[in-house]
Design a protein around this ligand. Structure first.
Ligand SMILES: [Zn+2]
Ligand SMILES: [Zn+2]
Ligand SMILES: [Zn+2]
Length: 389
C-alpha cells in the first residue's frame, strides 16, 4: 500500500484510510478511480466538495462515509443532475456491498468499520493489479458482492446464537462473499484462532482468501487448458470437497504439510490450497509495496547486486511489474529477506511474528503460478517449472 501527501503547506502524510487531514483540517478521500487519497475543498453554499485543481467538478461524500464513517469514498456528481441527495450514493468500494450488518444494533457499527477497512485494502491491491473487478450492477452474472452479516450475538462477543437467525458461514459462492461479522470482533476471532490452532487469522486474510476463490473461477475455470494446468500445481480440484473437508477435520493436516503447502488448511482441498496461496500472494505484494513506499526494500541486504535487484522490484505501481520471470523470483527473494526483518521488528515489540510461514520451493512455484495467472501468462509456466526443477 502506498501513502499519500496532502497539498497543504505541511505536506501532511495521508494514509489509505484517512478521511481528514490533521494539519489543514480538510476532508480527504478516495474517488472512484480508487488509487489516490487527496484533499477536498468544501463549497459552503452548496455543501459539495471539489479538488483545487478542478474547481468546477463537484463531489459528495459516499453515504457510508457521511453517515457511518465506514469509508472515505468521494463520488463525482453528474453535472446534468447535481442533486443526488434523494438517492443512496455509494462509492466504488461500497457498491460491492449486498448485505451490510444490522445497524439497529449499535455495536455492529464499529465492527462494520473494521470490515470495510479490510475490504477496501483487499480491493485496492486487486485494482492495482488490474484484475477484473465489477460489482453486481455492472455484471449481474459474474460480478462480485459482499454480505456482512451474523448469526451470533455481539453482546457476548458472538459466543451465543442470535435467536431466529439462519446460520452464517464465511465463504464464497459464485461471486458472493460472506464474512461473518464475528470475524471483526477481536475477542471472537482470537478465540477461534486459538481453538483451531492457527498461527494467523485476520479480517484482511479472510477477504483475500475468499477473493482467491472468486478469482480461481475467473482466471482458471474460464479455460479448460488453464484448469488442466492448475491441477498440475495444486492437485485435482474435482476431488469430493465435502469428503476432503470431513477428512481434514477428522485427521488434520499431514505431518509434512510444510514441504508443499503454505498452511495446514491449504492441505484440505486444492481449492483451499489455491485460496490460501492467493491470499499470501496478496499479503506479500501489499506488504512489499508498503515497504517500497517507505524506501525500506532498497536497503534490505548488504551487497550491491542484491541492492540493484531490490530497487527494481516492479511492484504494482510500476509499469513492468509482470514483465518477466525475474520479477516473481526477485519479489519472493526480497520477501524472504523482508519477512525476517518484519518478524524481528515484531519481536522487539514483544509481539508474535507477523509472518510465521515458510516458503519452500513448492510453495514458491505455486505463488509463481498465481503471479502468472494474474498476468495472463500461464503459457510460460511449464517452461518456468523446467527451469526451477
Ligand atoms: Zn492537509
Ligand atoms: Zn463508501
Ligand atoms: Zn476457502
Amino acid at each position: 500500500m502506498k501513502t499519500f501527501t496532502c497539498t497543504c503547506k505541511d505536506h501532511q502524510l495521508l494514509f489509505f484510510e484517512s478521511s481528514y487531514c490533521v494539519a489543514c483540517h480538510r476532508t480527504v478521500g478516495l474517488d472512484d478511480t480508487f488509487d489516490k487519497v487527496e484533499p477536498y475543498e468544501l463549497a459552503p453554499e452548496t455543501g459539495q466538495y471539489f479538488k483545487v485543481a478542478q474547481p468546477n467538478v463537484y463531489f459528495q461524500k459516499c453515504d457510508n462515509h457521511a453517515n457511518f464513517k465506514t469509508c472515505n469514498g468521494m463520488i463525482k456528481l453528474n453535472p446534468s443532475s447535481p442533486s443526488t441527495a434523494k438517492h443512496e450514493v455509494l462509492c466504488f468500494a461500497c457498491r460491492f456491498n449486498e448485505t451490510i450488518p444490522d445497524l439497529s444494533i449499535a455495536e455492529h457499527i464499529p465492527l462494520w468499520q473494521k470490515m470495510e477497512i479490510a475490504k477496501r485494502r483487499a480491493l485496492y491491491t486487486l485494482k492495482a493489479l488490474s484484475l477484473p473487478l465489477h460489482n453486481l450492477s455492472q455484471d449481474p452474472d459474474g460480478g462480485l458482492s459482499f454480505d456482512f452479516t451474523t448469526d451470533r450475538d455481539v453482546s457476548d462477543h458472538f459466543a451465543s446464537q442470535l435467536k431466529g437467525s439462519e446460520a452464517v458461514f464465511t465463504g464464497h459462492d459464485c461471486g458472493h462473499i460472506t464474512i461473518n461479522l464475528a470475524e471483526a470482533d477481536d475477542v471472537a476471532r482470537s478465540h477461534t484462532k486459538m481453538a483451531m490452532g492457527e498461527q494467523y487469522r485476520t479480517l484482511l486474510g479472510h477477504f483475500r482468501h475468499e477473493l482467491g476463490h472468486y478469482y480461481f473461477d475467473k482466471l482458471i475455470l474460464e479455460s479448460p487448458e488453464k484448469h488442466t494446468l492448475s491441477k498440475k500445481y495444486f492437485g485435482d480440484d474435482e476431488l469430493d470437497y465435502q469428503k476432503s473437508l470431513n477428512t481434514y477435520y477428522e485427521n488434520g493436516a499431514p505431518q509434512n504439510w510444510r514441504d508443499a503447502f503454505i498452511s495446514e488448511y491449504a492441505t484440505m482441498h486444492p481449492y483451499e490450497d489455491w485460496a490460501e496461496t492467493w491470499a499470501h500472494y496478496m499479503h506479500i505484494i501489499d506488504t512489499l509495496e508498503t515497504a517500497q513506499n517507505f524506501s525500506i526494500t532498497s536497503s534490505i541486504a548488504g551487497n550491491t547486486d542484491a541492492h540493484e535487484e531490490l530497487t527494481d522490484l516492479n511492484l504494482p505501481q510500476d509499469a513492468y511489474f509482470f514483465s518477466s520471470q525475474a520479477s516473481i523470483t526477485s519479489i519472493l527473494d526480497t520477501w524472504m529477506d523482508f519477512s525476517i526483518i518484519l518478524n524481528s521488528l515484531n519481536r522487539s515489540m514483544g509481539m508474535n511474528d507477523a509472518y510465521p510461514f515458510v516458503l519452500t520451493q513448492t510453495v514458491r512455484t505455486k505463488l509463481s503460478f498465481i503471479h502468472h495467472a494474474i498476468h495472463g501468462r500461464l503459457n510460460r509456466m511449464p517452461e518456468l517449472m523446467l527451469k526451477g526443477e
